[in-house]
Design a protein. Structure first.
Length: 379
C-alpha cells in the first residue's frame, strides 16, 4: 500500500500542538482497491420462473482506506482505519471504522466497528481470483436467494462467520503478540442489533431484554514455515445472549487450514452457525433463516513460473429449514495474471446450484453458470 503524506500547514500545526516537545509525527496515509468484473451468465431454475437473468452483467467493488498512525516514544502505536465504500449501496457508505493500539510486547487492541477476533483468525481455501464463492459476492451475477436462505456471515454461505450473522458492529478486540507463530484473539460486542458500524448515538441505547447482546468471540491462528513447507491453522468460537424467551443462545464455530509446498497451496475450512431456532435471534435476521447453518470449502492454487497462477475451489453449504435441508454448491476454476505492481487480471468459470429443501411443487431451485473476467487494482 502506497503511503501519501499530507504536509499542509494545518496538519503540521495540529501535530505540533499534539506533541510539542517530541519527535513523533502522524503518518497520514491511505490506500485501497478497485475490482471491475464483466461476465456472461446463464441462469435457470424454478425460483427464477418468469425472470430473465441471462446475458452480460458488470460488478464493481472498491474502497478507499484511510490509515493514519503515530508511534509514541513509549513504543505504542495508535492508528485509525476508516474504509470508505467506492460504490453506492443500500447500506452505510462507511464499511469499517475503528481505532488500533499496538506494540511488539502489547499485541493489538481494536476498538470500533470491525469483525470479531474469531472472524479475523480464520483461514479457508486459497484462491487467485476475486469472484468469491465463499461469500455472497457471486450473487451479483447468479441470484439464488429465492431458493436458498443462507445469509451473510452465516456458515451456509461462508466459513467466515459471525454470531447470528452480525457484521462490523461496535466491538472491543485484543490480539496477543505472536508466540512462535501462535496468536490468540478475543472480542466482546455489546449487541449485534445496532447494525453495521452504528454507535450508541446512532443505534439508541441498548436494551438487553430486546436485543441479542453480550457477544463473545475467541480465535486462534498458528502460522509457521518449516523449510519449504508453510502451515497455517485456525479455529474460532463465538456466542451471545438471546433476548427471545425459550430460544437458546446463538453460537458459531469453525476450523481452517492451509498448507503450502513448492508452488502449491492447499486449504479448506468448516464452520457452523446455530441460531437457536428457525427465525434466528436478533441482529435483524429474516424469518427464513434456519436454526442451523453449516458449510465447508476446499481449494488448491498453483503458481506457474512467470506471471500466471491458477485455482480450483468449491464451497458447500446447508441450512436447516421447516421444509428440509436447503443446499448451496459453488465451484470455480480460474487464473490470474500479474500485470504489474498492484494490477492483476482474472479469468474464471463458476457454477452455482442451490435449492430450498422442499419436495415436489414446494421445491425451488436456482442454478447458474458464469464466465467472467476482472481487473483488480490495489494501492
Amino acid at each position: 500500500m502506497k503511503k501519501h503524506l499530507l504536509s499542509t500547514s494545518a496538519i503540521a500545526l495540529g501535530v505540533a500542538m499534539a506533541a510539542p516537545a517530541a519527535a513523533q509525527e502522524w503518518d497520514v496515509s491511505f490506500g485501497g482497491y478497485m475490482s471491475q468484473h464483466v461476465g456472461y451468465v446463464d441462469v435457470n431454475g424454478s425460483a427464477n420462473a418468469g425472470q430473465d437473468y441471462d446475458g452480460v452483467n458488470i460488478l464493481s467493488n472498491s474502497e478507499i482506506i484511510f490509515t493514519p498512525s503515530i508511534t509514541l516514544d513509549n513504543g505504542l502505536t495508535f492508528g485509525v482505519n476508516v474504509q470508505l465504500e467506492g460504490n453506492n449501496s443500500p447500506g452505510s457508505q462507511i464499511d469499517e471504522s475503528y481505532m488500533t493500539i499496538s506494540s511488539d510486547t502489547l499485541g493489538q487492541i481494536i476498538v470500533g466497528g470491525e469483525n470479531s477476533a474469531g472472524y479475523k483468525s480464520m483461514v479457508g481455501a486459497p484462491g487467485v481470483t476475486t469472484m468469491y464463492i465463499n461469500s455472497p459476492s457471486i450473487s451479483a451475477f447468479i441470484p439464488f436467494s429465492n431458493a436458498y436462505p443462507g445469509g451473510f456471515r452465516q456458515a451456509g454461505l461462508s466459513s467466515f462467520t459471525e454470531v447470528a450473522g452480525n457484521n462490523d458492529v461496535q466491538r472491543l478486540t485484543y490480539f496477543t503478540p505472536s508466540f512462535n507463530g501462535l496468536t490468540v484473539g478475543i472480542s466482546y460486542a455489546p449487541t449485534a442489533s445496532a447494525g453495521q458500524n452504528a454507535g450508541a448515538v446512532a443505534a439508541g441505547n441498548l436494551d438487553r431484554n430486546a436485543n441479542l447482546s453480550d457477544i463473545f468471540d475467541i480465535g486462534v491462528n498458528y502460522s509457521q514455515t518449516f523449510g519449504t513447507t508453510s502451515v497455517t491453522l485456525s479455529a474460532r468460537y463465538g456466542t451471545g445472549n438471546s433476548a427471545i424467551v425459550g430460544v437458546s443462545d446463538p453460537e458459531t464455530w469453525g476450523v481452517g487450514a492451509q498448507i503450502g509446498f513448492s508452488d502449491f497451496l492447499i486449504g479448506g475450512s468448516y464452520a457452523e452457525n446455530n441460531n437457536g431456532a428457525a427465525g434466528g435471534v436478533g441482529g435483524g435476521l429474516p424469518a427464513d433463516y434456519g436454526s442451523n447453518n453449516k458449510g465447508w470449502n476446499l481449494g488448491v492454487t498453483y503458481d506457474i513460473a512467470g506471471p500466471w497462477a491458477v485455482e480450483a475451489v468449491t464451497y458447500q453449504g446447508e441450512v436447516s429449514t421447516a421444509t428440509g435441508k436447503a443446499r448451496y454448491e459453488a465451484y470455480r476454476i480460474g487464473a490470474s495474471r500479474d500485470l504489474g505492481p498492484g494490477v492483476d487480471w482474472d479469468i474464471y468459470l463458476a457454477q452455482v446450484n442451490s435449492h430450498n429443501g422442499g419436495v415436489g411443487a414446494a421445491r425451488l431451485t436456482s442454478n447458474g453458470t458464469l464466465i467472467g473476467t476482472g481487473i483488480n487494482l490495489s494501492f
